[in-house]
Design a protein around this ligand. Structure first.
Ligand SMILES: [Zn+2]
Length: 83
């Protein structure tokens, strides 16, 4: 990680504002989810892109019982059921 050149204050509800240039660079828009990672060096966040639990794909993702699955894997699984 390298410094982004911004200093943010945490408000009384624990929130920070991600500076507009950073939001633009990382295509973070209102309502987007971010995933938070931690290690011994600090905290990192990434735009959350749901991926399929079976193949890791990120296209045409649906959620079933809290798990993400892509359309291709849904088709393959339904073929298993039909056989
Ligand atoms: Zn898949």
């Amino acid at each position: 990680m390298k410094p982004a050149g911004f200093l943010c204050n945490i408000d009384n509800l624990g929130r920070i504002v991600i500076p507009a240039p950073v939001r633009k660079t990382y295509d973070l828009n209102k309502g987007d989810a971010v995933e938070i990672f931690t290690d011994e060096n600090g905290i990192m966040m990434k735009k959350y892109n749901p991926s399929c639990i079976f193949c890791g794909g990120v296209e045409n993702i649906s959620s079933y019982k809290g798990k993400n699955i892509c359309e291709n894997c849904i088709k393959k699984l339904s073929n298993l059921v039909d056989e």
